[in-house]
Design a protein around this ligand. Structure first.
Ligand SMILES: CC(C)(COP(=O)(O)OP(=O)(O)OC[C@H]1O[C@@H](n2cnc3c(N)ncnc32)[C@H](O)[C@@H]1OP(=O)(O)O)[C@@H](O)C(=O)NCCC(=O)NCCS
Length: 293
């Protein structure tokens, strides 16, 4: 199978996607956009096949040359932060001599952008590349930081093992059956159950819920990886902001870019969910984050 990866060696997520592809026994064509920028006509084609506006595949011009920018205009006023910016990488400071001039739009292509006969995707997090491979590798593999690579498997809200795991973690289950949400079991590539998570999407707003990591997998970055996969899926479903309520894990979510928001400032769709309206105690904190396009 022919695969092309637009790759930046200084981007951990890009290295992770390459590792996954090679773990599947495939050797892709690797292109560094900073050195060999795709021509504008090819950029348009990539955006069309990725079904995304071209601008979302490119780093903003003002952030090039100074590393990925941290601030995104307008976000500060909403009090929400954006996703994974610190890991967005692709700093151009290390660009080798003879690299393409920054004004070439293709030099700002975000990575890892993967082109496969099964589709074109910006694979952030790297596990998104699993959607583009003919076969998902069936043996475990860890990221450079020791977190296991995960695969998702959608499960019904009525799945008894989901409710049991939530009860054991002290998370609400009363509204599961009526939930309009999508729920996932997360497993290592080899099939070991790592945890669960889900989200309820209401147009541009998504409520993350039921995020839990089995105790034996905690503290290895699995929770972080699960939240990134969930917000990525919610974004694909059209969500622009993610929200959640938590009693004990606010610090965990704050590390992932979420910020506390007063409940009354949340959109009505979120305030009216059973979790916000009745199930989570008043002491549970509401946090929100803008999802990166
Ligand atoms: C909260 C939970 C999902 C975290 O999962 P995890 O796999 O242990 O988290 P990670 O290893 O990915 O941690 C990512 C970072 O958050 C930090 N962190 C983890 N749990 C934390 C917590 N409860 N409070 C503050 N920080 C926390 C980690 O130290 C790590 O920090 P680093 O970026 O400096 O390395 C897990 O403890 C859990 O399942 N708890 C019970 C259910 C729950 O409370 N769910 C949330 C409500 S929806």
């Amino acid at each position: 199978m022919d695969l092309i990866v637009y790759h930046a060696a200084d981007d951990a997520e890009s290295r992770a996607a390459l590792a996954l592809i090679r773990h599947a026994g495939l050797e892709p064509h690797v292109i560094a956009p900073a050195r060999s920028p795709p021509a504008p006509v090819l950029l348009d084609e990539l955006a069309r096949r990725a079904r995304r506006p071209l601008a979302t595949l490119l780093r903003a011009a003002e952030t090039r040359g100074a590393g990925e920018g941290l601030a995104t205009k307008g976000l500060a006023t909403k009090g929400l932060a954006t996703e994974g910016l610190a890991t967005e990488g692709l700093a151009t400071a290390g660009r080798p001599a003879g690299a393409a001039p920054a004004e070439e739009p293709g030099a700002g292509l975000r990575t890892p952008l993967v082109v496969s006969p099964l589709g074109v995707k910006l694979c952030r997090p790297a596990e998104r590349v699993l959607d583009l491979l003919p076969v998902v590798p069936a043996t475990d593999l860890d990221r450079e930081d020791g977190a296991p690579f995960l695969r998702e498997e959608q499960v019904a809200a009525t799945e008894p093992r989901l409710a049991k795991a939530l009860r054991e973690a002290g998370l609400p289950t009363q509204d599961l059956r009526a939930s309009p949400g999508r729920f996932f079991a997360f497993r290592t590539l080899g099939g070991r159950l790592v945890g669960y998570g889900g989200y309820e999407a209401f147009g541009p707003e998504a409520l993350l819920r039921s995020v839990l990591v089995r105790p034996e997998f905690r503290g290895r970055g699995a929770g972080r990886a699960m939240v990134r996969l969930l917000t990525g899926r919610a974004g694909e479903d059209g969500a622009e902001r993610a929200w959640l309520l938590t009693q004990d894990a606010a610090g965990f979510f704050e590390r992932l870019g979420f910020a506390p928001v007063a409940r009354e400032a949340a959109p009505a769709a979120i305030r009216q969910t059973p979790q916000a309206a009745s199930l989570c105690p008043a002491s549970a904190r509401l946090l929100g984050r803008i999802l990166q396009a």
